[in-house]
Design a protein around this ligand. Structure first.
Ligand code: C2O
Length: 347
């Protein structure tokens, strides 16, 4: 059946957007994507290496050196190159500040605060990871994930604190050994590490289990294209720890807590990709937890057929649908199995 209210951008409409009250930004590509030919997404070869995403606090020095090298190269590419870090970051700026209008309507497209959140960010990471790998000639390269739902991962992982993975616009008082506040509301709670870890675990239980018993509660509301398709209702994890850690990481010296604290700038900080690695992983974890009770998959064709455009590692513009990213094995990546200590942290 034909899904008419699918979400997709109108690539001819990229325009200046409002980053926050008082700040306009222009994040569009230097040449309009609407003039570039695109291809439809193709799954990677099923016999290609499975990229294993590992916890950022558990990886070895060889991996860190490799990742840093890839990011340095990415940073050195010119803005013309869609693989450059600034262009990668600007994808987030474009889609999150409403720089595109939707196809067939004048309504701005936003990928937060609804069921667009998980699959759209999965696409960003998918292409980002493959670009990094290709820049260093490693087709098994995988992004790390910031395992902030595990007590051992509840600080900014060391790898991000030096070298090309640093961002100087992070909150100084939140650098290691400060324990993350997964429910940060711009106020310092001033708790000792053990107490903070305990309330972090309870929050994880709420967001993953007791507060996320339906697909809509976890994924967000069903945002559709066109008039009347708008909704605002973020899923549990999107609200916290996702949003809260963006704010917690960016420096309070900047008005929008840039870089991590604002949509337009978040992707400039390499930790953004580790943060979203964990968000993406928790989507998989949640599905597995639901599996025993009911079918948590979204089957609405208007979600499945929604499509976006990204440049791949060959700089080719690709059209990709949400239905293409529901199975991570087909995307040839996986997450290292780690414990889920919050499963027993019912408050
Ligand atoms: Cu598009 Cu972490 O946000």
């Amino acid at each position: 059946k034909h899904a008419k209210n699918v979400i997709s951008p109108n690539l001819t409409t990229c325009h200046e957007s409002v980053a926050r009250p008082g700040l306009s930004v222009y994040c569009c590509p230097p040449k309009p994507e609407s003039e570039e030919p695109f291809i439809d997404f193709q799954f990677p070869d099923p016999s290609s290496p499975l990229r294993l995403r590992r916890a950022a606090h558990l990886v070895d020095n060889d991996y860190i050196a490799k990742y840093r090298n890839a990011v340095s190269i990415m940073k050195s590419l010119p803005y013309d190159d869609p693989r450059s870090l600034l262009r990668q970051a600007n994808l987030h700026c474009i889609y999150c500040t409403g720089a595109y209008k939707q196809k067939n309507s004048d309504i701005p497209l936003h990928v937060h605060r609804s069921w667009l959140f998980f699959p759209w960010h999965r696409m960003v990471l998918y292409f980002h990871e493959r670009i990094l790998g290709s820049l260093i000639g490693d087709d098994s390269f995988a992004l790390p994930f910031w395992n902030w739902d595990n007590p051992d991962g509840m600080v900014i992982p060391e790898m991000y604190v030096t070298g090309s993975l640093v961002d100087t616009d992070r909150e100084n008082s939140h650098l290691p050994p400060q324990v993350v506040d997964l429910n940060y509301n711009l106020q310092e709670k001033g708790l000792g590490p053990e107490e903070q870890i305990k309330i972090n675990m309870a929050l994880m239980y709420t967001q993953m289990v007791s507060g996320a018993k339906t697909t809509e509660l976890f994924m967000g509301c069903p945002y559709k294209g066109g008039e009347g398709g708008f909704c605002e209702g973020p899923g549990t994890i999107e609200l916290a720890p996702h949003n809260t850690l963006h704010d917690w990481t960016g420096t309070g010296l900047n008005p929008g807590r840039e870089d991590m604290g604002s949509f337009y700038s978040a992707g400039r900080d390499p930790i953004f990709y580790g943060h979203h690695g964990n968000v993406d992983r928790l989507w998989e974890v949640w599905r597995r937890l639901q599996g025993e009770y009911y079918n948590s998959e979204i089957t609405d064709p208007e979600w499945l057929d929604s499509y976006f455009f990204f440049h791949d590692e060959k700089r080719q513009l690709v059209r990709i649908k949400f239905q293409d990213v529901v199975n991570i094995t087909r995307l040839r990546y996986a997450y290292e199995e780690v414990e889920l200590p919050w499963l027993n942290a019912r408050p």
